[in-house]
Ligand binder design. Structure first.
Ligand code: 5GP
Length: 190
């Protein structure tokens, strides 16, 4: 992951790392498959029966990871409507990249109290998306068994907050600093 970010990632102003050519727009499925294999190793021995992610950019990765765990994927849907209809769990998530608030919803049909959930997402920045997903799992009475992230921006607060809450968080690459002027990206040794 680090190699690929160094090769193809583009550092944008505003602490945004663009990975459009292999993760977020065009998707390198062989890389996704390696991501799945790696998470399977890192969560070895952890019982997981469902993967939860958030639309849109988490879905592709989650689906390929799910093949390695042989479990279904549920994704939280972004919903602008104020009148949420039907039986759904709701969380409010502030988008880091789009600077807006979205309600995300998951139908109550698809998360049950017995579920042992692995949360998967592409990026971890301030942790808002993860906090929303965790709160949905909690509302359902299910348990978060682990969290797998492709790219964590270690200079933002999300990773520390989530680890301090006691969750087993695995990030495949942790960016400690990046410079939009020079394009330089430094990774945390893991
Ligand atoms: P958070 O909620 O942790 O602040 O942000 C995580 C979400 O914002 C991820 O689901 C991801 O889609 C998006 N995101 C945050 N930072 C970046 C970034 O630097 N690059 C890209 N491509 N997406 C990001």
């Amino acid at each position: 992951m680090e190699e690929r970010i160094t090769k193809d990632g583009i550092v944008k102003e505003g602490n945004v790392l663009k990975v459009d050519s292999f993760l977020n727009h065009q998707m390198d499925i062989r890389l996704f498959d390696q991501i799945g294999e790696e998470f399977k190793k890192r969560f070895e021995g952890t019982e997981i029966n469902k993967i939860l992610t958030i639309e849109a950019s988490g879905i592709g990765i989650a689906c390929v990871v799910a093949r390695h765990f042989d479990v279904p994927v549920v994704f939280a849907k972004k919903s602008k409507s104020i009148n949420i209809e039907g039986d759904v769990y709701v969380a409010e998530v502030e988008s880091f990249t789009h600077k807006c608030k979205n309600q995300v919803i998951v139908s109550k049909k698809f998360i049950n109290p017995e579920d042992k959930i692995l949360i998967i997402d592409d990026f971890l920045a301030n942790g808002c998306a993860l906090q929303g997903l965790i709160s949905i799992v909690k509302s359902a009475g299910a348990s978060v068994e682990g969290i797998g992230i492709a790219v964590e921006k270690g200079f933002q607060t999300g990773g520390q907050v989530i680890r301090n809450l006691g969750y087993h968080l695995e990030s495949l690459a942790i960016v400690d600093s990046m410079d939009a002027a020079t394009g330089e990206i430094k990774f945390r040794e893991q």
